[in-house]
Design a protein around this ligand. Sequence first.
Ligand code: ADE
Length: 220
Amino acid sequence: MRFDVLTIFPSFFEENPYFKYSILGEATKKGQIEVHTHDIREYSEDKHKKVDDTPYGGGAGMVMTCQPLFAAIKSVKKENPKAPVVFLTPQGETWTQPHAEEFATKHEQTGLILLCGRYEGIDQRVRDALVDIEISIGDYVLTGGELAVMTLIDSITRLIPGVLGNENSPEEDSFCVKFDRKKEYPHYTKPEEFQGIKVPDVLLSGHHANIEAWRHDNLK
Ligand code: ADE
Protein backbone atom coordinates (compact mmCIF):
# COMPACT_ATOMS: atom_id res chain seq x y z
CA MET A 1 0.00 0.00 0.00
CA ARG A 2 1.28 3.42 -0.94
CA PHE A 3 1.20 6.41 1.43
CA ASP A 4 1.99 9.86 0.01
CA VAL A 5 2.64 12.26 2.87
CA LEU A 6 2.56 16.02 2.34
CA THR A 7 4.38 17.85 5.10
CA ILE A 8 6.75 20.72 5.72
CA PHE A 9 8.87 18.28 7.76
CA PRO A 10 9.69 15.34 5.45
CA SER A 11 12.60 14.39 7.71
CA PHE A 12 10.11 13.44 10.45
CA PHE A 13 9.32 10.48 8.19
CA GLU A 14 12.54 9.94 6.24
CA GLU A 15 14.78 9.89 9.30
CA ASN A 16 12.34 8.21 11.61
CA PRO A 17 13.55 4.85 13.00
CA TYR A 18 9.91 3.95 13.53
CA PHE A 19 9.66 3.34 9.78
CA LYS A 20 13.00 1.54 9.59
CA TYR A 21 12.66 -1.15 12.25
CA SER A 22 10.17 -3.66 13.57
CA ILE A 23 6.84 -4.18 11.80
CA LEU A 24 6.80 -1.00 9.69
CA GLY A 25 10.47 -1.43 8.77
CA GLU A 26 9.88 -5.02 7.68
CA ALA A 27 6.75 -4.08 5.75
CA THR A 28 8.77 -1.42 3.91
CA LYS A 29 11.63 -3.82 3.15
CA LYS A 30 9.19 -6.41 1.83
CA GLY A 31 7.47 -3.81 -0.34
CA GLN A 32 4.16 -4.22 1.48
CA ILE A 33 4.09 -0.48 2.13
CA GLU A 34 5.77 2.52 0.50
CA VAL A 35 5.92 5.86 2.29
CA HIS A 36 6.63 8.75 -0.09
CA THR A 37 7.15 12.15 1.46
CA HIS A 38 6.58 15.45 -0.34
CA ASP A 39 7.92 18.71 1.04
CA ILE A 40 5.12 21.28 0.76
CA ARG A 41 7.70 24.08 0.92
CA GLU A 42 9.23 22.94 -2.36
CA TYR A 43 5.98 23.82 -4.10
CA SER A 44 5.96 27.40 -2.81
CA GLU A 45 6.35 30.06 -5.49
CA ASP A 46 7.34 32.61 -2.86
CA LYS A 47 10.97 33.67 -3.10
CA HIS A 48 11.51 32.77 0.55
CA LYS A 49 9.55 29.51 0.15
CA LYS A 50 6.93 30.81 2.56
CA VAL A 51 3.96 28.50 3.13
CA ASP A 52 1.90 30.45 5.68
CA ASP A 53 0.41 33.87 6.29
CA THR A 54 -1.68 35.83 8.78
CA PRO A 55 -5.41 35.05 8.96
CA TYR A 56 -7.97 37.35 7.32
CA GLY A 57 -10.20 38.79 10.01
CA GLY A 58 -7.33 38.76 12.50
CA GLY A 59 -6.63 36.33 15.29
CA ALA A 60 -3.73 34.34 16.62
CA GLY A 61 -1.36 32.21 14.63
CA MET A 62 -0.63 31.63 10.98
CA VAL A 63 -2.57 29.81 8.30
CA MET A 64 -1.06 27.61 5.58
CA THR A 65 -1.64 29.29 2.24
CA CYS A 66 -3.44 27.95 -0.83
CA GLN A 67 -0.72 28.16 -3.46
CA PRO A 68 1.82 25.62 -2.17
CA LEU A 69 -0.90 23.25 -0.96
CA PHE A 70 -2.82 23.33 -4.25
CA ALA A 71 0.41 22.75 -6.18
CA ALA A 72 1.63 19.94 -3.90
CA ILE A 73 -1.69 18.07 -3.81
CA LYS A 74 -2.23 18.42 -7.55
CA SER A 75 1.26 17.13 -8.28
CA VAL A 76 0.82 14.06 -6.06
CA LYS A 77 -2.65 13.46 -7.48
CA LYS A 78 -1.16 13.36 -10.95
CA GLU A 79 1.07 10.48 -9.85
CA ASN A 80 -1.73 8.75 -8.00
CA PRO A 81 -5.12 10.05 -9.21
CA LYS A 82 -7.35 7.52 -7.43
CA ALA A 83 -5.98 8.02 -3.93
CA PRO A 84 -8.25 10.02 -1.62
CA VAL A 85 -6.77 13.10 0.06
CA VAL A 86 -6.94 12.79 3.85
CA PHE A 87 -6.39 15.90 5.94
CA LEU A 88 -5.36 15.35 9.56
CA THR A 89 -7.09 17.84 11.83
CA PRO A 90 -8.65 17.89 15.30
CA GLN A 91 -11.93 18.81 13.55
CA GLY A 92 -12.03 15.54 11.60
CA GLU A 93 -13.86 12.28 12.27
CA THR A 94 -12.23 10.45 15.16
CA TRP A 95 -10.00 7.59 13.97
CA THR A 96 -11.04 4.18 15.27
CA GLN A 97 -10.18 0.54 14.57
CA PRO A 98 -13.13 0.20 12.12
CA HIS A 99 -11.65 3.14 10.16
CA ALA A 100 -8.28 1.37 10.05
CA GLU A 101 -9.97 -1.84 8.82
CA GLU A 102 -11.95 0.04 6.19
CA PHE A 103 -8.93 1.97 4.91
CA ALA A 104 -6.71 -1.15 4.82
CA THR A 105 -9.17 -2.85 2.47
CA LYS A 106 -10.85 -0.03 0.55
CA HIS A 107 -7.71 1.97 -0.16
CA GLU A 108 -5.07 -0.76 -0.32
CA GLN A 109 -4.88 -0.57 -4.12
CA THR A 110 -5.16 3.21 -4.49
CA GLY A 111 -3.14 4.22 -1.45
CA LEU A 112 -3.69 7.43 0.49
CA ILE A 113 -2.55 11.02 0.19
CA LEU A 114 -2.05 12.26 3.73
CA LEU A 115 -1.91 15.99 4.33
CA CYS A 116 -0.27 17.31 7.50
CA GLY A 117 -1.34 20.75 8.69
CA ARG A 118 0.79 23.02 10.85
CA TYR A 119 0.24 26.38 12.56
CA GLU A 120 -3.39 27.34 13.19
CA GLY A 121 -4.61 25.41 10.19
CA ILE A 122 -4.89 25.53 6.42
CA ASP A 123 -6.82 27.86 4.14
CA GLN A 124 -10.43 26.62 3.96
CA ARG A 125 -10.32 26.70 0.15
CA VAL A 126 -7.89 23.78 0.16
CA ARG A 127 -10.25 21.77 2.33
CA ASP A 128 -13.26 22.63 0.18
CA ALA A 129 -11.60 21.94 -3.17
CA LEU A 130 -9.13 19.13 -2.59
CA VAL A 131 -9.67 17.26 0.65
CA ASP A 132 -11.84 14.11 0.56
CA ILE A 133 -11.75 12.99 4.19
CA GLU A 134 -10.83 14.76 7.45
CA ILE A 135 -9.52 12.63 10.30
CA SER A 136 -8.65 13.41 13.93
CA ILE A 137 -6.75 10.98 16.14
CA GLY A 138 -8.39 12.30 19.29
CA ASP A 139 -9.77 15.32 21.07
CA TYR A 140 -6.52 17.12 21.74
CA VAL A 141 -4.42 19.47 19.68
CA LEU A 142 -1.01 18.43 18.35
CA THR A 143 1.53 20.86 16.91
CA GLY A 144 0.91 19.37 13.48
CA GLY A 145 -0.57 16.43 11.61
CA GLU A 146 2.66 14.41 11.38
CA LEU A 147 2.13 12.26 14.48
CA ALA A 148 -1.46 11.71 13.42
CA VAL A 149 -0.30 10.52 9.98
CA MET A 150 2.14 8.10 11.62
CA THR A 151 -0.71 6.75 13.75
CA LEU A 152 -2.81 6.12 10.65
CA ILE A 153 0.04 4.47 8.76
CA ASP A 154 0.84 2.20 11.70
CA SER A 155 -2.74 1.14 12.41
CA ILE A 156 -3.47 0.49 8.72
CA THR A 157 -0.20 -1.29 7.91
CA ARG A 158 -0.56 -3.93 10.60
CA LEU A 159 -3.89 -4.94 9.03
CA ILE A 160 -2.48 -5.52 5.55
CA PRO A 161 -2.47 -9.29 4.98
CA GLY A 162 0.99 -10.76 5.53
CA VAL A 163 2.39 -7.83 7.50
CA LEU A 164 1.95 -9.47 10.89
CA GLY A 165 3.07 -13.07 11.12
CA ASN A 166 0.35 -15.63 11.94
CA GLU A 167 1.51 -15.61 15.52
CA ASN A 168 0.49 -11.94 15.79
CA SER A 169 -2.83 -12.17 14.00
CA PRO A 170 -4.81 -8.91 14.08
CA GLU A 171 -8.02 -10.98 14.40
CA GLU A 172 -7.55 -11.14 18.15
CA ASP A 173 -6.60 -7.50 18.65
CA SER A 174 -8.29 -5.08 20.96
CA PHE A 175 -11.49 -3.71 19.39
CA CYS A 176 -11.71 -6.65 16.96
CA VAL A 177 -15.07 -8.07 15.89
CA LYS A 178 -14.39 -11.45 17.58
CA PHE A 179 -14.37 -9.71 20.97
CA ASP A 180 -17.47 -7.62 20.22
CA ARG A 181 -15.10 -4.71 19.70
CA LYS A 182 -14.33 -4.74 23.40
CA LYS A 183 -10.81 -4.59 24.62
CA GLU A 184 -8.63 -7.66 25.06
CA TYR A 185 -8.40 -10.33 27.73
CA PRO A 186 -5.43 -10.18 30.16
CA HIS A 187 -2.20 -11.79 28.97
CA TYR A 188 0.32 -13.74 31.08
CA THR A 189 3.62 -15.39 30.22
CA LYS A 190 6.40 -17.23 32.10
CA PRO A 191 7.14 -17.52 34.98
CA GLU A 192 4.02 -18.98 36.64
CA GLU A 193 4.79 -16.94 39.73
CA PHE A 194 6.54 -13.57 39.87
CA GLN A 195 7.18 -11.80 43.18
CA GLY A 196 4.45 -13.90 44.77
CA ILE A 197 1.86 -13.05 42.08
CA LYS A 198 0.48 -16.13 40.34
CA VAL A 199 -0.91 -16.67 36.87
CA PRO A 200 -4.65 -17.63 37.11
CA ASP A 201 -4.95 -21.42 37.47
CA VAL A 202 -7.33 -21.78 34.56
CA LEU A 203 -4.64 -20.63 32.11
CA LEU A 204 -2.36 -23.47 33.27
CA SER A 205 -5.11 -26.09 33.13
CA GLY A 206 -4.85 -26.87 29.42
CA HIS A 207 -8.69 -26.91 29.34
CA HIS A 208 -9.39 -24.93 26.18
CA ALA A 209 -13.11 -24.41 26.71
CA ASN A 210 -12.54 -23.11 30.26
CA ILE A 211 -9.73 -20.87 29.04
CA GLU A 212 -11.94 -19.42 26.29
CA ALA A 213 -14.74 -18.84 28.81
CA TRP A 214 -12.37 -17.18 31.30
CA ARG A 215 -10.95 -14.94 28.59
CA HIS A 216 -14.40 -13.96 27.43
CA ASP A 217 -15.48 -13.13 30.99
CA ASN A 218 -12.35 -11.05 31.50
CA LEU A 219 -12.48 -8.84 28.41
CA LYS A 220 -11.73 -5.33 29.49
N1 ADE B 1 -3.43 17.97 14.06
C1 ADE B 1 -3.39 18.58 15.26
N2 ADE B 1 -4.04 17.89 16.18
C2 ADE B 1 -4.55 16.78 15.56
C3 ADE B 1 -5.33 15.69 15.98
N3 ADE B 1 -5.77 15.57 17.23
N4 ADE B 1 -5.65 14.75 15.07
C4 ADE B 1 -5.24 14.88 13.80
N5 ADE B 1 -4.50 15.89 13.35
C5 ADE B 1 -4.14 16.84 14.21
